[in-house]
Design a protein around this ligand. Sequence first.
Ligand SMILES: C[S@@+](CC[C@H](N)C(=O)[O-])C[C@H]1O[C@@H](n2cnc3c(N)ncnc32)[C@H](O)[C@@H]1O
Length: 291
Amino acid sequence: MSLLASQLQTDVTPQQLRRYAQLVYQKIGVTISEQKTTLLSNRLRRRLRATGLKCYDDYYELLCRTSTADAEWEAFLQEVTTHETFLFRDKTHWDWIHGVFLPELMAQVRAGKRRPTLRVWSAACSTGDEATSVACCAADKLSPLANWKVEIVGTDVGCGAVAAAQRGEFSERAVRLVPESMRKRFFEHAPGSPIWSSKPVLRDMLRFTTHNLLEPSREAPFDLVLLKNVLIYFDAASKKKVLDQVRRVIRPGGVLITGAAEGVSELVRDLETTHGWLHRIPTTTKTGVKS
Ligand SMILES: C[S@@+](CC[C@H](N)C(=O)[O-])C[C@H]1O[C@@H](n2cnc3c(N)ncnc32)[C@H](O)[C@@H]1O
């Protein structure tokens, strides 16, 4: 055994694990289940080796000092959070965005009721698949696209996920549900390559950046926000905190889409909710004034 290895604290104590779980909860709102504590201790052991720190308390102090946008947090969270995502996940959501939401916007533009602008936020976007799916729908539906100003912002707490989103590269598995016609028009794919790269027509609409959902967003109002498959890892208090922040940046009449089983029904009672996942912000303010 090397000198360094012999000096390492080998086993993380249950008390230390609890402190780490509390830290994750405080910083990003995610609750670590009992089953995940083994993953957490494996990850901690590896991070202790990688950072050269000698004990779990030193590594804890390091995490307390750094921002969640830091690469060390990304490395630490890798096995605690899940980044599972793929394009056109939940077909009914995309049928609605493509077949109802975008045509509604176009009709409003034609009637002179709004300008041809669209702002979308894919919150907790992981590697950008969801934001890129919105870009596909916009590129396919908004006509002529050149007249529209479309901005799709994807954010995630994980800087590695955001860097992957910025590359705009997707695996065969990730693009398997993209309608054939969109896949051909909006992605480049070298014969035999397992990678599908988004074309500039999509990239020009997309912007990716790190953001922690527990913190307020400083972005201008959005017409549509997707907040999917992330609140399932949050307890009631964190869900409320996140939804309060997110709702503030949706314009009156705008839409919030959550996952179907996110457990948010109590928190969106005042919104017009359909199918359990589609929530519309009222167009009137508390004073009854139409905005
Ligand atoms: C399962 S993925 C969901 C991706 C995408 N929304 C979808 O439905 O396909 C969950 C993502 O939430 C992110 N996440 C977890 N806590 C977060 C927080 N406090 N702020 C922002 N993102 C967070 C994780 O990094 C992960 O990429």
